[in-house]
Design a protein around this ligand. Structure first.
Ligand code: PLP
Length: 396
């Protein structure tokens, strides 16, 4: 018999995955080339060639006992050093190996973070719409996720709304920029405003409120937009990074946490996070991938491909009369549903063999998310269906 708590997780288990399964069924029925599946953030641009080369090099040239062995739970010292050096070059910081904890992707890093800080009943604030798994990651440790709606239109975080949501039980705030699902990139000003609210609340309640900056899309940003380094604006910030999107390696489960030395309770935090990584059963991040990504720190998959998809979609959907948030980063388009019930719109889109995800999966009804990390065929093939939908709704 499964636990009561797990029953809840199963019931709420991601509608996005359900949609993905639906896509596979439709592909079998209509032929894969006739189904336009924008449901999942699974990068379709291949990992850069350097990744395969690095894996081969590790296997051919490094000591197999080292490559496949147990290690410090934080990860290989030299890999963490290399990650720290690369961040220092980019952001003018002074991190060392002790500030980096290699993780099993962003999901692993967030679970380590919440296990480290949460007592049952503690609260974690996030900005809605948000990546739906946050609710489960916080719930794993009996925390409570509190969603504060983003600013209408811009989808930047609402510092005043966050101020009102903070209580004595607030332990952390999650920010995610570039954002899934809106494609918004948070400006320096909006992060500064949130940081000021958090600092004031830390003082008022006399305990740290950590800012968890969830950044799997950090490198996926367009038109040279600034993606600010959050710890330079707030002392108690921790960054969660993943190679799932930037190097197209979601199945490899590799990422890291940046835990700056200046955060409140640094030594205890590091000891607890290390232990969390072990006792959650990760033990350490995958060893071969740690060694491989350390050789690819300056590589990136072809962001230009996503950018071209973005342009095709935004130009056409605007011409058809759809309202959406102009995406500045990540590979998602956040579209206003032409009818109040966005699930009905999702069903109508399915009749055109277009798969998109209802905004309620992200805590924000009335909108839908389209993931454009898909082939050009999918993007172009879906346009006539979108034109038909626009006509049916009388948008154009
Ligand atoms: N955070 C956000 C905002 C995401 O979109 C995702 C994956 O889609 C994750 C975290 C989890 O990423 P990972 O595959 O690295 O665990």
């Amino acid at each position: 018999m499964i636990s009561e708590k797990m029953k809840g997780f199963v019931v709420n288990s991601s509608a996005i995955r359900a949609m993905f399964e639906e896509g596979k069924k439709m592909a079998a029925q209509y032929g894969a080339e006739n189904v336009y599946d924008f449901s999942l953030g699974n990068p379709n641009v291949p990992a850069p060639r350097e990744v395969a080369e690095a894996i081969r090099q590790v296997l051919d040239e490094e000591d197999p006992v080292l490559v496949h062995g147990y290690m410090n739970n934080s990860g290989y010292e030299d890999v963490r050093e290399a990650v720290a050096d690369s961040l220092n070059k980019k952001y003018g910081t002074r991190y060392g190996a002790s500030n980096i904890l290699m993780t099993v992707g962003a999901a692993g890093g967030m679970n380590v973070f919440f296990k480290t800080i949460l007592n049952p009943g503690d609260e974690v604030i996030t900005v809605s719409p948000y990546f739906g798994e946050y609710r489960s990651y916080v719930g794993n440790y009996d925390g409570k996720l509190v969603a504060v709606p983003a600013m209408p239109d811009t989808f930047q975080p609402d510092a005043e709304g966050i101020r009102e949501a903070i209580t004595e039980r607030t332990r952390a705030l999650i920010l995610n920029s570039p954002n899934n699902p809106t494609g918004a990139v948070y400006t320096r000003e909006s992060i500064e405003a949130v940081a000021a609210v958090l600092r004031e609340a830390e003082e008022r309640f006399g305990n740290p409120i950590y800012l968890f900056s969830d950044e799997p899309y950090r490198e996926i940003a367009y038109d040279g937009i600034d993606v600010p380094w959050v710890p330079s604006m707030y002392a108690d910030a921790i960054v969660g990074y993943s190679y799932s999107k930037s190097l197209s390696l979601p199945g490899e489960r590799i990422g890291y946490l940046v835990i700056p030395s200046g955060i409140e309770g640094f030594e205890d935090f590091i000891a607890a996070a290390n232990t969390a990584n072990r006792i959650l059963g990760f033990v350490n991040a995958p060893s071969l991938m740690q060694r491989a990504v350390a050789k690819c720190l300056d590589c990136s998959s072809d962001v230009g491909f996503y950018d071209a998809n973005r342009r095709i979609l935004t130009e056409n959907l605007a011409a058809f009369g759809f309202t959406f948030v102009e995406p500045k980063g990540a590979f998602y388009l956040w579209i206003k549903s032409p009818e109040a019930d966005e699930k009905a719109f999702v069903r109508k889109a399915k009749e055109e063999r277009i798969l998109i995800v209802p905004g309620s999966s992200f805590g924000c009804a009335g909108w839908v998310r389209l993931a454009y990390c898909v082939s050009r065929h999918t993007v172009e093939g879906a346009l006539s269906g979108f034109a038909k939908l626009a006509g049916d709704y009388g948008l154009s």
